[in-house]
Design a protein around this ligand. Structure first.
Ligand code: ATP
Length: 445
């Protein structure tokens, strides 16, 4: 196995993802738009798989969580209430030589920039607060348009619907609301591929509990462990994960306690999800600004209170990037993405041994169409089988199914069996054609 330097590794991953259709620079044919990325056919599949797995784990398999899909555009008062209009800001400094701006709290980015001015002493301006909310304007009449904000985080749509959810379901505290959706930030320095983008997606849970310290501690620890286990169960190596606990001054304006789950990336330890004890910040502020009663009534004790919220907030794009980096390997003769089969864009590929034998093609197409009813399956009949394996390994397809003459007639193997080659062990096994779908299902459990 070759080990690339961190910069080489990132370059190789960026190049592979573009070449194979995972991620393209946004608006590429117009010279791009900084901080935006478009997911290609394979990236879109992998992103969907991550979100589906997350939703299954958080909503489908739990009795104490419900889902929500709130609007991106909200009444601007919601952003005043949540504190984002006043406090959703990064400290910004400007290089006095070239006037580029950087976040004052990112010392590695500052040092990297200073190095570009070879040997010159770089002076910086004093830090200024820079609000990250992206503004948009709604309405048809020029001059009467209403300024709104594209959501800077997806939490607000959940907080303003807390009462709706309680009133329209039978859910009782402790319970959570899960949501996946786009967020937008006017990031000063979009960087490290998709890691820091201006448009990105989040997967969040707001978990509402009784406002008691012991409860908060219990659930905060519970979610830390739960999320760590989720990422490792999907293949991220534990050694590449750690928690970073925020000191009081580092915490966001809404947080009483906070930590980041970080990944050991080629560009250093980097956050890709956060766990925040938000207390009753959101509900209290929305209650105050909207004038609506948002308290929860506990039917057994008769008490009314504003619950506390323990949040888990993960980035879909950063998760995808780190799943890719963690899975990327170069062996002697191949590049392979050892992605968990549940996350790989295709769960299987089907090949006829030879691309010019109609009977083989017909049988392989039949299997391909049958499997497509339950799985994402790739088809390849170009070149030889070795090249096809190479191509599927590079995009992480865990199983390659080959239809050969034994499938049709049986000789060395029983008739109606196909060979299935495992991406990681590169070993082959024979599986009856009629059992292929069940066989794959078991592998994906
Ligand atoms: P950072 O310090 O890296 O800017 P943050 O602490 O502001 O991140 P949160 O507000 O806690 O991030 O957002 C929760 C998650 O949303 C992050 O862990 C990350 O996965 C994702 N996220 C936040 N900002 C971006 C971004 N600009 N691009 C991609 N993902 C992001």
């Amino acid at each position: 196995m070759r080990t690339a330097s961190p910069t080489d590794l990132m370059e190789r991953i960026v190049s592979l993802t573009k070449r194979r259709g995972f991620v393209y620079p946004g608006s590429d044919i117009y010279g791009g738009l900084a901080g935006t990325w478009d997911y290609g056919p394979l990236g879109a599949l992998m992103k969907k798989n991550i979100k589906d797995e997350w939703w299954k784990d958080m909503v489908q398999l739990r009795d104490d969580m419900v889902g929500l899909d709130a609007a991106v555009m909200m009444n601007p008062k919601a952003w005043e209430a949540s504190g984002h209009v006043d406090s959703f800001a990064d400290p910004l400094i400007e290089c006095k030589i070239c006037h580029q701006r950087f976040r004052a709290d990112k010392s590695d980015e500052i040092a990297a920039h200073e190095a570009t001015h070879k040997g010159k002493k770089v002076a910086w301006t004093e830090p200024r607060q820079f609000n990250l909310l992206v503004e948009a304007y709604l309405g048809v009449i020029e001059g009467e348009k209403q300024k709104i904000f594209l959501r800077g985080e997806i939490t607000n749509g959940v907080s303003v619907n807390f009462k709706n959810v309680v009133d329209s379901t039978r859910i009782k505290i402790p319970f959570g609301i899960a949501q996946i959706g786009k967020a937008f930030r006017n990031e000063i320095t979009p960087s490290n591929f998709t890691f820091r983008s201006r448009e990105f997606e989040q997967m969040e849970t707001q978990f509402y509990i009784k406002p008691e310290k012991a409860e908060a501690k219990k659930w905060y620890e519970y979610w830390k462990q739960n999320r760590m286990e989720w990422y490792t169960s999907l293949g991220i190596k534990k050694i590449n994960l750690r928690f970073y606990d925020h000191a009081p001054l580092e915490r966001a304006h809404y947080a009483q306690d906070a930590c980041d789950l970080e990944y050991h990336s080629p560009f250093g330890w980097a956050e890709f999800m956060g766990i925040h004890h938000r207390g009753d910040w959101d509900l209290r502020r929305h209650q105050e600004f909207s004038g609506r009663d948002l308290t929860y009534k506990d039917e057994t004790t008769g008490e009314s209170f504003l619950p506390w919220d323990i949040e888990t907030s993960a980035g879909v794009d950063r998760s995808l990037l780190f799943f890719l980096i963690d899975a990327y390997q170069e062996d002697e003769n191949r590049t392979v993405l050892k992605l968990h089969p549940k996350l790989a864009p295709y769960q299987a590929a089907v090949f006829p041994l030879l691309g010019n034998k109609p009977l083989l093609i017909e049988k392989a197409r039949e299997i391909y169409h049958e499997l497509k009813k339950d799985f994402m399956v790739a088809w390849d009949d170009r070149g030889n089988v070795g090249k096809r394996y190479y191509s599927q390994d590079e995009i992480g397809t865990p199983y390659c199914i080959t239809v050969d003459f034994d499938t049709l007639e049986g000789a060395k193997r029983p008739k109606d069996t196909a060979t299935v080659r495992d991406r990681d062990t590169m070993k082959q096994e024979n599986v009856a054609v009629a059992e292929l779908a069940d066989w794959l299902k078991t592998k994906l459990r």
